[in-house]
Design a protein around this ligand. Sequence first.
Ligand SMILES: C[C@@]1(CC(=O)O)C2=NC(=C\c3[nH]c(c(CCC(=O)O)c3CC(=O)O)Cc3[nH]c(c(CC(=O)O)c3CCC(=O)O)/C=C3\N/C(=C\2)[C@@H](CCC(=O)O)[C@]3(C)CC(=O)O)/[C@H]1CCC(=O)O
Ligand SMILES: NC(=O)c1ccc[n+]([C@@H]2O[C@H](COP(=O)([O-])OP(=O)(O)OC[C@H]3O[C@@H](n4cnc5c(N)ncnc54)[C@H](O)[C@@H]3O)[C@@H](O)[C@H]2O)c1
Length: 224
Amino acid sequence: MNEASFSSAPAYPVSLRIQGKLIVIIGGGRVAERKLNGLMDGGADKVTLISPYVVPGIAEQAEAGRLTYICREFVPDDLEGAYLAFAASSSAAVNLAVMNEADKRGIWCNRADQGDEGNFITPSVLRREELTIAVSAGGASPALASLIKEELEARFGEEVGAALRRLRELRQYAKTAIPDRELRRSVLRLAAEEALEDWSKAIHPQQWLNELLTRTEGRLNRDE
Ligand SMILES: C[C@@]1(CC(=O)O)C2=NC(=C\c3[nH]c(c(CCC(=O)O)c3CC(=O)O)Cc3[nH]c(c(CC(=O)O)c3CCC(=O)O)/C=C3\N/C(=C\2)[C@@H](CCC(=O)O)[C@]3(C)CC(=O)O)/[C@H]1CCC(=O)O
Ligand SMILES: NC(=O)c1ccc[n+]([C@@H]2O[C@H](COP(=O)([O-])OP(=O)(O)OC[C@H]3O[C@@H](n4cnc5c(N)ncnc54)[C@H](O)[C@@H]3O)[C@@H](O)[C@H]2O)c1
């Protein structure tokens, strides 16, 4: 066997905006529930799920009005108007039919039983407000992707969210306060370095910016 070869084709990661878009999930088991929760975390607010049976977690969300649940088997017209499709049933034949129908209609489809056959795969995701870390092992080991995500959970705790909000504020402020692009780049880079070292560093933006400017100019002078 050739050790250097990959068994799956290379893939390109993106962060999709899915608010207001129709997402159709076929299947209602544990896997469909995990995809549904990931979609909700990603802003989905228009999900339709088709399956003759659903696990209690999905039933509860349907009862709460968070998705449209249709209790029956998949039919091709279920994909009408869909932005994304998820083939997550326990039947390979049904998942293949969903995939083929999606292809015909130009809809991106995830295939839970045979990831390589789908248009996209879903990584393991860690969220801290605006920070999103997505871990993909290309389908070689979903369990490893999940374990790596768990390791990152400890490294990037809840405090990252607030620090990132302050970094955003600082950056907004720096855009007008520091017209020089190179200096601004150095200051923002230093701010990110400091935040990464100590999240509580991200204090009041104006005061922090002044401190950063002093340090950056010192640094630039030393570099000359
Ligand atoms: C990350 C995560 C996100 C999510 O589901 O949203 C995800 N799988 C997760 C868990 C998980 N899945 C499986 C196990 C059992 C252990 C094991 O097999 O390792 C566990 C672990 C567990 O259950 O704890 C079994 C499994 N998974 C796939 C197949 C079929 C196949 O191999 O093609 C089979 C065999 C089914 C069978 O045996 O019949 C396929 C895929 N699973 C993917 C994603 C995509 C690749 C991800 C990537 O590498 O980028 C891909 C290709 C397609 C897709 O689903 O998009 C989520 C962790 C969430 C988290 O913890 O954060
Ligand atoms: N991608 C992943 O992360 C991952 C992980 C584990 C398993 N899997 C694969 O995903 C499949 C689903 O796993 P699960 O644990 O959710 O299975 P499950 O048996 O709990 O659920 C299967 C669901 O498919 C539905 N279904 C069956 N026929 C259907 C049809 N004709 N139309 C619509 N829905 C139909 C059932 O009602 C049920 O809700 C497994 O067969 C396995 O191959 C994928």
